[in-house]
Structure formats: structure tokens, C-alpha cells
Write a protein that binds this ligand. Structure first.
Ligand code: ADP
Ligand code: NI
Length: 222
């Protein structure tokens, strides 16, 4: 099987598996991450098959299995790629990417694994949390969780533990300060950084407009 056939088969598998997935992690999220990956990969010396498969399979665990078992995604990917006849080194690398792509995961595992391929896919995934798409995804998530858009009385409270904060039903606008506005400084590649900076500025402009519309007379009455 040629590399492009492997990628085509993987696209079909992911589309099928993600049917009915929630909006933040549906096929179109994967498709955007895949496209961002190819864009960034143009400027980096990476194994294009590895980054392609890593991007396509990175959220496969979130499909139907939301029970917190993070081994299911890698196992599913391993099984699928083995059946396709992909070589073992490629499979091993793709699995490492899936296991380590989230910042939390890589920290918890003591940051044992690193590769340029992982960095490229990680940048591509982070880009999808930024800019116009990132804003849409954040409010989509907030709506799903029944969160307020914004509440001037609930500022991001960094003294809370992560668990307390999750339970506090913080408004969606807080997520910008907790995560989205911090991402541009965590990018790995030059292309990723450049794209992130543009999307970061777009979010700052958005926030400015948001506060202006929230309180047009700037009376600060909350
Ligand atoms: P990914 O798996 O794509 O890296 P996450 O699973 O962390 O991202 O989140 C999916 C999307 O939901 C992202 O766009 C993220 O910004 C958004 N999101 C996650 N947590 C929150 C939150 N507390 N409030 C608003 N949006 C959130
Ligand atoms: Ni993702």
C-alpha cells in the first residue's frame, strides 16, 4: 500500500469512527488539524506519513469512549494501523504522538517522549484552539456545559485547584485567560508560532470588542 493510500484509508476510518462526536472533536476538528499539520510540516524536516497519521488519529479516543480511559485511543489506532500493514516503527511513533499530544499527558508521563513530529502535530492541534475557530470552539464547549458567556464577578481565580475550578462553572470568557491566551508562548515550531501570533491578536481584538459591547457606556456597573 502506498503512503497516500494509507492516509486515505485512515481518513475513512476516522470519519466513520467520529460519527456523532461532539462539536469540539468532530471530524472537522481532525481535518483542520490535519491541514495545519501539512502546512507546518512544509517547513520542517519530518516524516510526513507519521505526522499525517498522528494528526488524523490524535483524538480517536474521544470518539465514543469518554470514560477517561486514555489507553483506548492508542490501542484502537495500533490495531487499525497494524491491520493496514503499516510498518512497526511508523506505528510506534504515531502511538507515542497520540499518547503525548496533550500537555497534561506529556507532563504526567514525565515528558519522556519528544520528537519533531510530535511537536508539529501538537502545534497544529493548539492552533485549532486559537483565533476565530478557537473562539467558536470555546463557546460551543461552554454552551455544552451550560456556562455563562461572561460574568464580571467571576474573574479567573488562580488560587483554586483545577478540580475546584472545573466545578465552579467558570464562564467561558475565563477560559481565554486560563488557556487560550497562553498558548502562543507554548508553540514549538516557527510556522506554528507565526500563525499563533496572528490568531492571538485576533482574540485580543475580539475581547476588546466583547467588553465594549458588554458595557458600551463604560459605566463599569457590571
Ligand atoms: P484538544 O483535545 O483539541 O486539544 P480540549 O479537549 O482541551 O482540546 O478542548 C476542546 C476545545 O474545547 C478547545 O477548543 C478548548 O479551548 C475548549 N475548551 C476546553 N475547556 C474549556 C472550558 N473550560 N471553557 C471553554 N472552552 C473549553
Ligand atoms: Ni484535538
Amino acid at each position: 500500500m502506498t503512503n497516500s493510500e494509507i492516509v486515505e484509508q485512515t481518513i475513512a476510518f476516522v470519519k466513520e469512527t467520529l460519527q456523532g462526536a461532539e462539536g469540539g472533536h468532530d471530524w472537522f476538528h481532525i481535518q483542520r488539524v490535519f491541514k495545519n499539520t501539512l502546512l507546518i510540516a512544509k517547513e520542517e524536516k519530518v516524516d510526513v506519513l507519521v505526522v499525517s497519521l498522528g494528526a488524523l488519529l490524535h483524538d480517536i479516543a474521544d470518539a465514543k469512549f469518554n470514560d477517561g480511559d486514555e489507553t483506548i485511543g492508542p490501542k484502537l489506532a495500533q490495531h487499525f494501523l497494524t491491520d493496514l500493514g503499516v510498518n512497526k516503527d511508523t506505528i510506534d511513533h504515531v502511538i507515542k504522538i497520540i499518547e503525548n499530544i496533550s500537555f497534561k499527558n506529556s507532563l504526567e508521563k514525565g515528558n519522556k517522549f519528544s520528537s519533531l513530529e510530535l511537536k508539529v502535530v501538537q502545534d497544529a492541534d493548539r492552533l485549532d484552539a486559537l483565533g476565530a475557530i478557537g473562539i467558536a470552539r470555546a463557546f460551543n464547549y461552554g454552551g455544552f456545559k451550560n456556562r455563562e458567556l461572561y460574568n464580571p464577578d467571576i474573574a479567573p481565580n488562580l488560587k483554586m485547584t483545577k478540580e475546584e475550578y472545573k466545578k465552579s462553572k467558570a464562564p467561558t470568557l475565563n477560559h481565554f485567560y486560563e488557556k487560550l491566551l497562553l498558548l502562543k508562548d507554548k508553540m514549538n515550531t516557527a510556522t506554528g508560532t507565526k500563525l499563533a501570533e496572528q490568531r492571538h491578536q485576533y482574540m485580543l481584538d475580539y475581547l476588546e470588542q466583547f467588553y465594549q459591547e458588554w458595557d458600551p457606556l463604560q459605566l463599569n456597573t457590571g
